[in-house]
Write a protein that binds this ligand. Structure first.
Ligand code: HEC
Length: 118
């Protein structure tokens, strides 16, 4: 009986607590991937030029755009190549990472849509 309650407790804890932790946790692998985006999208996703800012971008919007680049349904110049190399899990992790970065740039690229921005 004790064993059953312990198992039940473990299940309850892991099913409710872990997804929340996982969402906020940024792994070294995600930081490394995000660093490869910085060359164009700026430090922590704050663009310094005409490339869209990724910092504080809505996660659903980010995922939608990346999946679109990946399957070719969203037109792009360079992003098809970058998105094709990423798994769905990596895109989700990057969406969470960039959503957590504070937006520092005052001026955004004119072509960027802010409809999905948080
Ligand atoms: C070589 C430069 C370059 C690199 C590196 C790059 N991007 Fe991009 N990114 C762009 C450009 C340019 C666009 C605009 C769409 C296009 O023309 O491809 C864009 C668009 C995007 C968008 C859509 C933004 C919006 O507001 O619609 C997302 C999301 C994005 N990039 C994520 C990433 C991620 C994540 C990485 C790293 C894994 C990355 N990019 C690496 C140049 C780059």
């Amino acid at each position: 009986m004790k064993r059953i309650s312990a198992t039940l407790l473990w299940c309850c804890l892991t099913s409710h607590v872990l997804p929340v932790l996982a969402q906020d946790q940024i792994t070294v692998a995600t930081r490394t991937l995000a660093a490869s985006c910085a060359a164009c999208h700026g430090p922590e996703g704050n663009s310094l030029g005409g490339t869209p800012t990724l910092a504080a971008l809505n996660q659903d919007y980010f995922i939608q755009r990346m999946q679109g680049f990946k399957d070719g349904s969203v037109s792009a110049t360079v992003m098809h190549q970058h998105a094709k190399g990423l798994t769905t899990e990596e895109i989700t992790a990057l969406a969470s990472y960039f959503a957590q970065q504070p937006r520092k740039t005052a001026v955004a690229a004119p072509q960027q849509s802010f409809k999905g921005a948080q």
